[in-house]
Design a protein around this ligand. Sequence first.
Ligand SMILES: Nc1nc2c(ncn2[C@@H]2O[C@H](COP(=O)(O)OP(=O)(O)OP(=O)(O)O)[C@@H](O)[C@H]2O)c(=O)[nH]1
Ligand SMILES: [Mg+2]
Length: 412
Amino acid sequence: MRTPSLYSQDDPISAALKPSPTETELERQARLEAEAEAKRISEQIDDDLREERERLKRRKGDVKLLLLGQAESGKSTLQKQFQLMYKPNSLDQERASWTTVIYFNVVHSLKHILSTLDVWEDSLDGADVNYDDSARRTNGSTTPRDESADGPKNNAVQIANLRRRLSPLIATDEQLANRLTGGITVSGSGKGSVYVRSGWQARTIENALGKVRRRPSGEEKKSQEGLVHEHQDPLVQEVGRMLQLCESDIQELWNHPTVKGLMAKRKLKLDEWSEFFLRDIHRVAAPDYIPTTDDILHARVQTMGVAEHTFDVNLHGKTVTWHLYDVGGARGQRHTWVPYFDDANAIIFVAPVSAFDQYLEEDPRTNRIDDSLQLFTQICSNALLKNVHLVLFLNKTDLLKAKLEKGLKVKK
Ligand SMILES: Nc1nc2c(ncn2[C@@H]2O[C@H](COP(=O)(O)OP(=O)(O)OP(=O)(O)O)[C@@H](O)[C@H]2O)c(=O)[nH]1
Ligand SMILES: [Mg+2]
């Protein structure tokens, strides 16, 4: 028996699709199977479209939040705090990849100290190094000698020795930077900055995996999850070993009267994260060091482009998905913000109030508070953002307090 005809005699398409009057039973079976498959695919497409419509409807209730502000203002740090609050497990999963950043922060800070010493060391005489050595005795220096009493000549010899002993560690600066960026550099980004794109944590591990796979010895073992733990990244392991060996040299450099003198005279300016990790070098240089949450919050790596982070936030018994867009704040990165302005619900503008005595890394003539104010004015007057809620987040108040207590004056 033939199935009822689908093919109307009047419709030209139906007429064209009409089976041939000479169709065999085998051909008829094949045709019916093809029709059933086409119907299944068509229904699948209808289902997908329905699901997409539902998803878009759901997304309409989502909150889109932009974190804006100049470089170093603390946007990614704020994002990490959201992550800690709403997705703490995800921070745990990426904990190991922060070791690379922290080691890089330490090595890069040492490199900066030594290159500043290069410039100023010769111009300092004994009287110039006006550092109170009692600080050195109380902050746990492991140095057995009291070099400051020996005068500038001895100081220069000590620094030359430290420079020599630390040079293999300093030489890893570029390799660590490459591990984080995957070899991508951003032009005009200021001195030795390392920019990372969204998802760098997983890529850092992938980069390490690539290196491990190429090694013939097979000494690196895969962990239970089938992934090589970042601690097994040979580079990170090697830097860890070097840090352990150099710990007392790092302490000696960090506590050296010439270094302290340059800092007191503000000829050597260290970023807050440099001081944080150098002060705590004993812990960071320990074998099997794992970054604490506080370490992750202090670690510094610049954001490239825009990184999206999603969190399910429960507000008054209703779960709302938040899309947090963490942007790169350096001048060369700001053009990437605009495509996100269109459907943003809110902006948190992060302004570091402690930056009154600092200048932009990408433009050393511009004061950071001036830049922040200019940027905020531009955001407030942008027509695309006229319906967007704006939160001004005055950040780094702890550093402002510390600077004012030290006697730094705010002046125009
Ligand atoms: N002391 C202190 N440090 C902070 C605070 N907020 C951020 N930081 C530190 O400032 C540094 C820069 O912070 P990030 O969050 O990386 O800055 P960002 O705005 O994301 O910078 P870009 O990605 O370059 O745009 C990090 O080392 C943070 O630990 C704060 O309130 N107090
Ligand atoms: Mg950032």
